[in-house]
Design a protein around this ligand. Sequence first.
Ligand code: PLP
Length: 360
Amino acid sequence: MANPDRVVDLRSDTVTKPGPAMRAAIASAEVDDDVLGHDPTTAELEKRVAALLGKEAALFVPSGTMANQICVRAHCAPGSEIVLDRDSHVLRFEAGAPQLAGVGLHPLDGDHGFLDPDLVKRAIGPRNPHVPPTALVWGENTHNAAGGTVWPIDRLDAVAAVAHDTGIPFHLDGARIWNAAVASGEAPARIAACADTVTVGLAKGLGAPVGSLLAGRTSFVEQAWVIRKQLGGGMRQSGVLAAAGLYALDHHVERLGEDHSNARILAERLVDVPGIRIDLAATQSNIVVIDVEGTGRNPAEIVRDAERRGVRIIEFGHTIVRAMTHLDVGRGDVLHAADVLAEVLAGSSARSAASSGGDR
Ligand SMILES: *Cc1c(COP(=O)(O)O)cnc(C)c1O
């Protein structure tokens, strides 16, 4: 089936396209030069996000990667290191950016992406001139690679407290903090309360075309402004982007619950397919991580077969594929995708059993 008549794109929640109302908000945005001075719409977005996160100030930047980078550079001197979960986005998917800043990463084995306070304490260790000093402890909520898991708030607070007890700041990568908030029922400000700095995204589940913010104390954001400039992230009439972000905050936060129930339905419909593994307990927001090892085929083949039948997912590890629900897929799309994926995955299992004689 070379040309499926229906395409459901579950590659990521970043594939959403701005609809007419968001485009109207973009078209009517008041703008000015935000590098020379202040763009009014960007300033409004920064103020709104700072308030939502319970921080003094926020700064608008082009991407989550840059937001994280600015925080790395603001907190960490070259030669120091960050204690974080082994599967953190910043470690696995940001092209080695912390290392460009001369900052080391000290990965720990998390549980569903959640750090263990005792292991963090041990990793920080007593001050010793022979070992890299820990400059920052890092958490990610929701945790992307763990399958969109949502930190229990006590656990997050406990990890941050271990950092703070030794005078080390805690950074929260909240690219999907809005999903964490809706899934847990905690306000974003409550989730971010333990963090000295936090990064949040607008172009993932919220459906804006571009943009992330970092937030923290005013003095931190002043420093961040300079680092953003050094990284080439100053944007002039950024109000056209900020307007989309404001629209997204007004209209696309509450509805994230729909994405979460759609992901749940997808996971439940696929979990019994022979040869695959889905951790239903970890399917807490809009991400479905599927281990296809037991099918005997590699994820690239499965992605290609699904794509041929109009369902787009991505390869997410040596034996893993990932599907994500979002604003632009409804319940009907997800039910259709579940049927197609179940057939693709079951077919692959049957085929690999049939070919176990060994001509693969
Ligand atoms: C996507 C993502 C980022 C990076 O955001 P970009 O805008 O793609 O650079 C950072 N952290 C997490 C947890 C993410 O999922």
